[in-house]
Design a protein around this ligand. Sequence first.
Ligand code: NAD
Ligand code: ADE
Length: 418
Amino acid sequence: MKYDVKKMSLARVGMQRIEWAERQMDVLRSIRQRFERQKPLKGVSIACCLHVTTETAVLASTLKAGGASVVLCASNPLSTQDDTAAAVVKFFKIPVFAIKGENRATYYRHLNAVLDTKPRITMDDGADLVSLLHGERSAQAPTVFGSTEETTTGVIRLKSMERDGVLKFPVIAVNDSKTKHFFDNHYGTGQSTIDGILRATNILIAGKVVVVAGYGFCGRGVSKCAHGMGARIIVTEVDPVCALEARMDGFEVMPMEDAARLGDVFVTVTGNTSVITMAHVRRMKHGAIIGNSGHFDVEIDMKAIRAESVRHYTARTNVEGYEFKGGRTVFVIAQGRLLNLAAAEGHPASVMDMSFANQALAAEFVKKNHTTLTHKVYTLPKELDDEIAATKLRTMGIGIDVLTPKQKAYLSAWKEGT
Ligand code: NAD
Ligand code: ADE
């Protein structure tokens, strides 16, 4: 079996951590039990390009239990947990190509290695495998049944491809399931971003001014978490509706140009480029801390910060200081890459449980329906989304009411008035 991980001797520790995650992934575990019985993925090869974490390991083992042959590479050069990668190889016999801190050349060598296995289904977090299959490896695209996409940024790109009529196979936008973005993006990114800031800097959040760029699903989670820990929150937005929601949720709203002077900590979660530029950094306080939890490392203009700084040094693990003329310094977490995975462990398992339940069901959906699906971006059927939420509630020991026949009839009637 070919693979490329940092150190196989880390496997035992990795396996302990995978087992810890698995205990909190009840929905995915129940899917795995069904997959073991029914083998719905029998004979299908699946290439996953995801953050190599303990939660991803549980997903990979679920796909394998369903009868698939699985290979895994990283969807970000900094998010790999090297112990997990070793454990997946040793204990699940699944080839992994991922090393934390790998350079760009190795990152793409690893993506190409998983595509060399000629997968029928690809699973992306950020559309990197799909991009290769529409670029230098486009000859391979006709052999792909379909793909699944984990994150907002990936889905935006895929929808642009669909709009331009260039998509070469169907894609399931896992991010667009309610049981994904309502929970993973919101609660997961909220908590794990604060976790990443704390592990990297060990600062006290209480009393700080935290500027959150983007008040979408992730941004509102980050704002709420930081506010809950005693920070004053300033939100920057470009969408008037989201900006208004932020204001009515009790947060200050202003342009980044003004927020730049006030913030102690800055977090970008927009999925957009050049949200914090050198013009903003010039206005920031001495000692300001800047980080990003958006998918790509384009939200903070690191190139400009590097170019204008006169000195650059490691202040702590995952924190770089950039000193400018006159001595003013700002600190950047994880080189502007998504800090919740680079400086912490990503979202907790109990929220990834629902995201990855969607991924497992999306793989099954592609296998079952690929002959009738067209080259479009699909959302999983509502019944599957509802089933994931219902299972999650059940495993949390929470019951809910059920519509009575009278209520059902009332909700579908249009003749009843006052
Ligand atoms: P979203 O579309 O719900 O929200 C993004 C918000 O950013 C929108 O309200 C938009 O108006 C705003 N925005 C865009 N440009 C802006 C700018 N220049 N200044 C201020 N605001 C701006 O998206 P989301 O689901 O919150 O995802 C945001 C990013 O986070 C994406 O890149 C996504 O892929 C990523 N993501 C990361 C993780 C993680 O684990 N780190 C998890 C989920 C999503
Ligand atoms: N994205 C965010 N958190 C994650 C995690 N723990 N595992 C895989 N992908 C993630």
